[in-house]
Structure formats: structure tokens, C-alpha cells
Write a protein that binds this ligand. Structure first.
Ligand code: GLN
Length: 542
């Protein structure tokens, strides 16, 4: 029997609804349950693929090539369950399906309306593509009271009603702020938020209350009474030091126990949380520290490189060290010397990126890393910049560039116009649509047996997630190899370079894919493990 847990949020945004949902997933999993975690976003974009990371944070990519909200990254990192296209639904996607059905004539002449047609489509998304999971956790993006969220609230209300209490549960996340002047925790915003939810016909069965200070028993009882909830189901969710403390901290407050109680499932025993305990121990008591410079474009917003920051932290967990990140906007290297900012760091990483702004600065960071033998990790755009750097500075191709920046003399990186996806040929043309048309999702690659990469992976066949439109141009492979660039990973048909490395350098790796999307705290990605190990080595030499 599949049970549905709907998570909504109130009072303010950014309360950590994604983490709370992901952590519940981790806790239920630790009790042996099988689950999926889904996100419903109220915006009109079909997917976040076309949204700026400045505004919306990172675009997370699934194995099956969906561009999704970054919360799906949290879900994967906490549960290890690979997300799928069916786990990410936006208003735009719902409407687009409804409108296509209307054009096909599926509604047989009926008037197409939000209720029931849009809400039916939402319910279909919520219940589609399942295979006997015990739980489906559905997080509703946005905050109750938003006009945009209404169809989603109505749909989950209906679904809750159809499934009944035994198969559905509503959890609401709120804020219990501390007012310094009054020296008090305030429960009123929570009461109002629950009222707002009740106006949509939803009675939450659990409240997860984010707070900076412990909620006294009296206040907890007050919340329970006003909101019509058992007081044990008012979960105190105190701020924690790192996100990986959340499962243990919320478990201690009865989070998963109360969920199981709601569903009448056994809840006396303790889940096995030893991996989480070990992860928090390692993050709290590292044996050393390494400094990594991330040289990129979207440095103003922490969430723009969420998976990357997490994967680097996982590399630290694997090596028992703390990873200190220096976020450096690459443009500063276009005016000032790279050495001034980079001579103290133990590793340099150029992450994924788009567009020419700041690219020259990234290329300078590559030169510095290559010449000074600082471990270098180029991811996607970062590999492309490493190629341009080698072409210009070592292969005597001063006009080398990427056609992403406009027409150029020597396009060592160029637009991909066709490639194989399994047995199917994908084609793209310059000037086509931007949405969902990149080379997206998991593709296999072959690694050269004698490469550093093969030794890091312990394999010569890998499968990694991609998100790119441009590609290193194989026609320049020979001249780049002569300049010391070893093409250590290729697509199975040998046409698309997937990874490069330098043998005259302690650790210089570029990959066309995004390994950060597959890293987990309990299973750090081998490339991040190895990169941090190399940085540790460098720190001992400095
Ligand atoms: N802009 C580059 C491309 O489209 C790199 C993309 C990326 O780093 N994700 O190929």
C-alpha cells in the first residue's frame, strides 16, 4: 500500500522545506521503507532549466534528463533514490499537458477548468510512475496563501480525501520566531498559517516548527490547541549546524515516529541511523582543513552551486577534513593577478557555467593551476576553459575559443549538432529553442585504461549526468594531445570528449559531465574524494 505525505510551508519562504522533506525520507528509509520524493512547483516555467541560477539557484539534472528544482538534489543526497522526470512537476508542465489534451479533443467538447481538469492532472502526476513504494513524499513549493499554490492545495486536498487518513498525511512547516524585545517565542504566525491552510480545506496532522530557540512545553501545547493537532505532533525543528544534522535532530523530536503513528505503523523500535551519526561526527570533528577556490560566475547566491558545494563537503567527509570554500568571481582575474587570490588555496575548481562573461578570468585561473601544479578540477564549462587555455598557451592556437561566445577563428569548443542517445540520433540546430534541448541526463563514457580517471573510478566504463550544448571539438584532439592534454574519457562512439587530464601535473582533471549530481554524504563521489585527497597532499607541501 502506497501512502502519500504532503508537505506544505507557511509564514515565510526558505524555511528548509526541501531539507525537512528529504530528512523525513531518510528517516523512513532507515526504518526499511521504500519511497519516492516529489516536488510540485507553482511557477509557470515548464521546468527550471531556463531560469537563472542567480534567481532560482542551481538546476538539478536527473538521470532521465529532466532539469529540475534543486530540492530534488537534497532528496537524492538524503535518500540515495535517483530522482526521475516524474518527480518534478511545475504549474507550467501541468497546464501544458492540459492544453495539449484540449487541442487533441480529449475533453470531448467540455469547458476546460482549473477544477477538475487542472487538479485532476496534478493528481495524476502525484500518483504516476510508482512501483509499490511504501511512501510518496510530495513537497508543495511556495507558501500557503500564494495565489499560485491554490490548484496544488486543492488537488492534494482532494487526493487526501479520496485516499483517506490511512493513506494520506499533511505536514505543515512553519516558523516560530523569537522576538528579542519581548524575549518570547511567538506562535501567532503559525496559528495564522494553519488557518490559511484550513481555508483550503486542509487540516494538517503535523506541524514542523522552525525555531532558533527551544519551544517551551506550554507554547507547544498552545500551538497544538489552536491548530487542532496532537501536541506530540508539534515538532520542534531547531536550527542545526550543518544540513546533515537534520535527520538525527528531527528524529530526536519524534518526527518519523509521529508519522508512523499517524499511519498506524509500528513505531516503537529505533531506525538505524548509524551512517548519519558517522557523517555528523566527521563534519564536526575533522582532522584537518583544505582550502578550495571555486572560480565561477554566480557567486552572489549560495544556492547557485548547491550540489557542487555539497559534493566538495562529501569529498571532505571521505578524507576526514573540513573543506573551506572560497567563492571567487572569475571576472576579478581579468583585472588583477590570479596569484594574489589563488596562491594560498590547495585546489582550484572551475564549475559549470554559461556565456562569455568572466570566461577569460576562468582561463587565467586554469593557467595558474596548471603552472603552479595546484590540483585543478574543471567541470563542464571548467573542462572547456581548460581546453581553450591549453590550445592558446601550449598548442600555439591564439585564436582558440568556444563558439558559445560567438564566431571564432579556432573553435576548439563548438556547438553539438548531433549525438547518440542510446540507439537514437539527437539533432540540434543553432538558434533552436532553449528549453530542454541540451544534452541532458545520464550518458555512458569509456575511460582509457591507463588514465588517472580510470584509477579514481576503479572502472573503465562510467555513466554520468550531463547538461551542455557545446562540446570539445575532436578535430583538435591531435594538436591538444601534443600539448599534453590526454583525452582520457570519450563517448562510446568515440566522437565526444568526456574527460581530459594532464600527466605532467599532480591532479589536473576536466570532465564534460556533472559528477557533483551523483555525490552523496554516505557515498562521496570518487572524483571529489580524489580531488580533496590531492588538495590535502598539496596542503602538506605548501
Ligand atoms: N555553456 C557550456 C555548454 O553549454 C557549459 C555548460 C555547463 O557548464 N553546464 O556546453
Amino acid at each position: 500500500m502506497t501512502r502519500f505525505i504532503f508537505v506544505t510551508g507557511g509564514v515565510v519562504s526558505s524555511l528548509g522545506k526541501g531539507l525537512a522533506t528529504a530528512s523525513l525520507g531518510a528517516l523512513l528509509q532507515a526504518r526499511g521503507y521504500k519511497l519516492r520524493v516529489r516536488k510540485f512547483d507553482p511557477y509557470l516555467n515548464i521546468d527550471p532549466g531556463t531560469m537563472s541560477p542567480h534567481e532560482h539557484g542551481e538546476v538539478f539534472v536527473t538521470d532521465d534528463g529532466a532539469e529540475t528544482d534543486l530540492d530534488l538534489g537534497h532528496y537524492e543526497r538524503f535518500t540515495g533514490v535517483p530522482a526521475r522526470r516524474s518527480d518534478s512537476v511545475t504549474t507550467g508542465r501541468v497546464y501544458s499537458e492540459v492544453l495539449q489534451s484540449e487541442r487533441r479533443g480529449d475533453y470531448l467538447g467540455g469547458t476546460v477548468q482549473v477544477i477538475p481538469h487542472v487538479t485532476d492532472a496534478i493528481k495524476q502526476f502525484a500518483t504516476a510512475d510508482l512501483a509499490g513504494e511504501d511512501f510518496v513524499l510530495c513537497e508543495i513549493g511556495g507558501t500557503v496563501g500564494d495565489i499560485e499554490s491554490l490548484p496544488f492545495l486543492e488537488a492534494i486536498r482532494q487526493l487526501g480525501n479520496e485516499l483517506g487518513r490511512a493513506r494520506a498525511m499533511f505536514i505543515h512547516l512553519t516558523l516560530v520566531p523569537y522576538l528579542k524585545a519581548a524575549e518570547e517565542l511567538k506562535t501567532k504566525p503559525t496559528q495564522h498559517s494553519v488557518k490559511e491552510l484550513q481555508r483550503s480545506g486542509i487540516q494538517p496532522e503535523m506541524l514542523v516548527c522552525r525555531c532558533e530557540r527551544p519551544i517551551p512545553e506550554t507554547e507547544r501545547r498552545k500551538i497544538a490547541q489552536f491548530c487542532n493537532i496532537r501536541s506530540q505532533a508539534v515538532i520542534q525543528a531547531l536550527d542545526v549546524e550543518t544540513i546533515y544534522d537534520v535527520p538525527l535532530a528531527y528524529h530526536a523530536e519524534g518526527y518519523d515516529t509521529e508519522v508512523l503513528r499517524h499511519f498506524n505503523l509500528p513505531h516503537d523500535g529505533e531506525p538505524d541511523l548509524s551512517t548519519w551519526a558517522e557523517i555528523t561526527r566527521r563534519t564536526r570533528e575533522p582532522e584537518g582543513e583544505v582550502s578550495i577556490a571555486v572560480v565561477g560566475k554566480y557567486m552572489g547566491r549560495k544556492d547557485a552551486y548547491k550540489s557542487l558545494a555539497e559534493a566538495l563537503a562529501h569529498g571532505g567527509i571521505a578524507n576526514n577534513v573540513r573543506v573551506k570554500l572560497h567563492w571567487i568571481p572569475s571576472e576579478i582575474f581579468e583585472e588583477s593577478d590570479a596569484a594574489a587570490r589563488l596562491s594560498e588555496v590547495h585546489g582550484i575548481l572551475v564549475p559549470g557555467g554559461f556565456g562569455s562573461r568572466g570566461s577569460e578570468g576562468k582561463i587565467r585561473a586554469v593557467t595558474f593551476a596548471r603552472e603552479q601544479k595546484v590540483p585543478y578540477f574543471g567541470i563542464c564549462f571548467g573542462m572547456q576553459m581548460a581546453i581553450i587555455e591549453a590550445a592558446r598557451n601550449l598548442a600555439h592556437l591564439p585564436g582558440a575559443s568556444s563558439s558559445e561566445f560567438g564566431p571564432c577563428e579556432t573553435p576548439v569548443v563548438g556547438l553539438m549538432t548531433e549525438w547518440m542517445r542510446g540507439n537514437q540520433l539527437e539533432r540540434r540546430a543553432a538558434g533552436g529553442h532553449l528549453g530542454g534541448t541540451m544534452r541532458l541526463g545520464a550518458y555512458p563514457a569509456k575511460l582509457a585504461a591507463d588514465s588517472l580517471l580510470a584509477s579514481i573510478y576503479g572502472a573503465t566504463e562510467i555513466n554520468e549526468r550531463h547538461r551542455h550544448r557545446y562540446e570539445v571539438n575532436v578535430t583538435y584532439q591531435k594538436v591538444l594531445e601534443a600539448a599534453g592534454v590526454h583525452f582520457s574519457g570519450m563517448s562510446p562512439d568515440g566522437l565526444l570528449p568526456e574527460a581530459i587530464e594532464r600527466s605532467d601535473h599532480p591532479w589536473f582533471v576536466g570532465v564534460q559531465f556533472h559528477p557533483e549530481l551523483r555525490s552523496r554524504p554516505f557515498e562521496p563521489h570518487p572524483l571529489f574524494r580524489s580531488f580533496i585527497a590531492a588538495a590535502l597532499e598539496k596542503s602538506r607541501l605548501l
